[in-house]
Design a protein around this ligand. Sequence first.
Ligand code: AMP
Length: 289
Amino acid sequence: MRVIRNIKTLQTTLAKLRAKGKSIGFVPTMGYFHEGHLSLMRQAKKQHDICVVSVYVNPKQFGPKEDLSRYPRDFKRDSSLMVKENVDICFFASDNDIYPNGYLTYIDVNKISDVLCGAYRPNHFQGVATIVAKLLNMVGPSTMYLGAKDAQQVVVLKRMVVDLNFPVKVVVGATIREADGLALSSRNVFLSPLERAQAVVISKALFAAKESIAKGERKAKNVIAIMQRMISKASLAKIQYIACVDAQQLTPLTTLQGDVLLALAVYFGKTRLIDNVVVKINGSKKIKN
Ligand code: AMP
C-alpha cells in the first residue's frame, strides 16, 4: 500500500493510473477503522482495479462544542488494517494541505442538510459536502463507497453528486453491527461498559419499530412512540431526536408510505450515537439496511 500525504502527488499518481485504463474505487473516511469501514474497502477492491481510501478528520464538519479534538485516531493501526484489505493507495491528508490559508469555498446542499442531524449540527453537512467534493476532485474515482449507517450523509452526498455533475457512481454499503445489534462506530470506544450495555436499546428500538410497520402500523407517531418508550427505559440514554421521514426527501411523514427512513440520535453520556433503518412499504420487500 502506498501512503500519499500530498494532493499534487495524489492527483498525478491517479491521473497516470486512469490513463492506463485503471478504474478507481474510493472510500472516504475519518479513520479509526472498524468492520463498517473495512466492508466498504472490500467492496471497492472487489469492484475496481485500484482501491483508494482517504483518512482525514475533517474539522469543518465538527461544531465548536463537538468532539474534534478527542475524535479517536490511530493511523498505525489503520495502516495495518488497510494493508490487510489490500488497499492500494491511502491518502492521509493534513489540515494545511486541505484548507490552506485563505480558504473560502463551501458547498451547501440546501434543505436536506437542515433536518434530522443537521437541525442539531449546523454546518455539519456543509463541512461533509465540501470535503467530499474536494476529495472527489482529487481522487477522480469511478465509484465512491458510503455506509448506510450515515443515512442523511448518503442522501446529501448523492444530491451533491447529481447537482454538481460529478462523474461518479455512489454505492451504499449495509450498516455493519455488533452481534447484539449496536451499529459499529468509531465513537463506540467512548462508551463506558454500562453505557455500552444500554446502547443496544437503540437498534432494538429501530427493529421493534420496523416490526410494527411489518405488522401493519402506518401512523408515524405510533412508530416514533414505540422507539421513544423503549429508549427512555435506558437510564443513561438522552434522546436528541427520533424521526420517521421519507427516505429520499427526508420530509416528515404522518402516514407511512413508500421508502421510510426511521432515524435517531441518542446521547449516552457525552457520546452521540446515530442509527437508522429503512423500510419499504407498499407490498415490495424491505430495503436491506
Ligand atoms: P467515518 O470514518 O465515520 O466518516 O465513516 C466513513 C464511512 O464509513 C462512511 O461512509 C460511513 O457511513 C461508513 N460507516 C461508518 N460506520 C459504519 C457501519 N457501522 N456500517 C457501515 N458503514 C459504516
